[in-house]
Design a protein around this ligand. Structure first.
Ligand SMILES: NC(=O)c1ccc[n+]([C@@H]2O[C@H](COP(=O)([O-])OP(=O)(O)OC[C@H]3O[C@@H](n4cnc5c(N)ncnc54)[C@H](OP(=O)(O)O)[C@@H]3O)[C@@H](O)[C@H]2O)c1
Length: 354
């Protein structure tokens, strides 16, 4: 601890708005000296960006978000002070700071030093670089929890098929890989330019959502095999509305899992109302039997370990879309906001990180 500098560079969220307005690069932020019990101090190597980062910047007023806070929620790094936890100085780790918690702690991934609860980290396998590892946990756990916790799939998928809407989103890309690693047959959507990407991840069938009407495909064509689970991994209301037809494409007891349908503006309120009405309508009035589940992923060390075990065994690979220098965080968020990335957008917090 005594060898550490006193000040650090960090990107802080200081206002409500898009990243270009909300973020400020500071170079004289004190390095935390009082580390709460149960937390360890980590020197950050690389940070992963996520849509939730900019969605919260745009949505929440300062008081509700506890600003100023340090931006972003996941990273790779090296323990510099284990502080009596299960971690020792020099351990290479990957961490997920729960967004719900950072409002209080003010900690974030886009700083040189951050304290982290000991259970929010796992060891980084040697074969995975800090840059590759830094973007795995948030979307990886979302995909894992969607399939095996919220969606109730077993880890033996033999003879079952699942459908992933958004196979090239970071969440969908991990979901394809996890499902294939557990023996499921997978059908996934993306735009035509990403067909090879999605097939290389293991998808058995590909659907170009820009040329095929998904509702027609799912509803009007009699399916020979119904799906055990439908994962909506994009976050649009149009896709969420497919739930209303899910008796046609999900097995009885099948689950429609949604990462969170987001209205694009007031113009989509009728669609939201249609979804809500469909959800509350009882079955005896024509309501849907299949379950609809929206959820928010949580850091769970067992899930983190399961994911990095699959990565260490080379059954799943981390996916990096692009890597930006620490000074280029605003540009990096523009890439995330384009909604065209394939894999994670990563920030090199330590310029020597590989
Ligand atoms: N509930 C949770 O806990 C949780 C956690 C993490 C993320 N999320 C949400 O999950 C969603 C995905 O996040 P992410 O980080 O995985 O996204 P992302 O990687 O930034 O998504 C980019 C990809 O989206 C694809 N895409 C865009 N529109 C599409 C559509 N209509 N149909 C199919 N694919 C489409 C693009 O492929 P094409 O170029 O081929 O269109 C692109 O490859 C976001 O809404 C995010 O907020 C929720």
């Amino acid at each position: 601890m005594s060898d550490l500098p006193h000040f650090q560079r960090a990107w802080r969220v200081v206002a409500r708005g898009p990243p270009s307005k909300a973020l400020r690069l500071e170079s004289d932020l004190p390095i935390p000296t009082r580390i709460p019990p149960g937390n360890a101090l980590v020197k950050v190597q690389a940070g992963g960006l996520n849509p939730v980062d900019y969605k919260l910047m745009k949505l929440l007023p300062n008081f509700a978000a506890g600003r100023p806070t340090i931006a972003a929620f996941e990273f790779s790094g090296v323990i510099v002070d284990g502080n009596g936890t299960e971690w020792q100085s020099g351990d290479n780790i990957v961490a997920d700071l729960d967004p719900r918690r950072t409002f209080k702690t003010k900690q974030g991934a886009l700083a040189e030093y951050v304290f982290v609860p000991e259970k929010n980290m796992v060891r980084r396998p040697e074969r995975v670089t800090p840059i590759e590892a830094s973007g795995v946990l948030l979307v990886g756990q979302t995909a894992w929890q969607a399939l095996f916790h919220v969606g109730g799939l077993s880890e033996d998928g033999a003879g079952q098929t699942i459908f992933i809407s958004g196979g090239s989103t970071a969440v969908g890309s991990f979901a394809i890989q996890f499902a294939k690693a557990k023996g499921y047959r997978v059908i996934a959507t993306a735009s035509g330019k990403n067909e090879q990407y999605v097939r290389d991840l293991g998808a058995d069938e590909f659907i170009d959502y820009t040329t095929i009407d998904l509702r027609k495909y799912l509803v009007d064509n009699p399916l020979t095999t119904k799906y055990s689970l439908f994962l909506e991994a994009v976050g649009t209301l149009d896709n969420a509305l497919l739930y209303l037809y899910s008796q046609k494409f999900l097995v009885p007891g099948g689950v429609f899992v949604d990462v969170g349908p987001q209205p694009k503006g007031v113009g989509e309120i009728p669609k939201l109302a249609k979804l809500v009405f469909g959800l509350i309508r009882p079955r005896w009035l024509g309501g849907v039997e299949q379950k609809f589940r929206v959820f928010s992923a949580e850091p769970k060390q067992d899930d983190m370990k399961a994911i990095f075990t699959l990565i260490a065994e080379e059954k799943v690979r981390p996916l990096v879309d692009s890597v930006f220098e620490f000074g280029d965080v605003v540009k990096a968020y523009e890439r995330v906001m384009s909604q065209r990335a394939t894999g994670k957008v990563i920030i090199k917090v330590d310029p020597t990180a590989d």
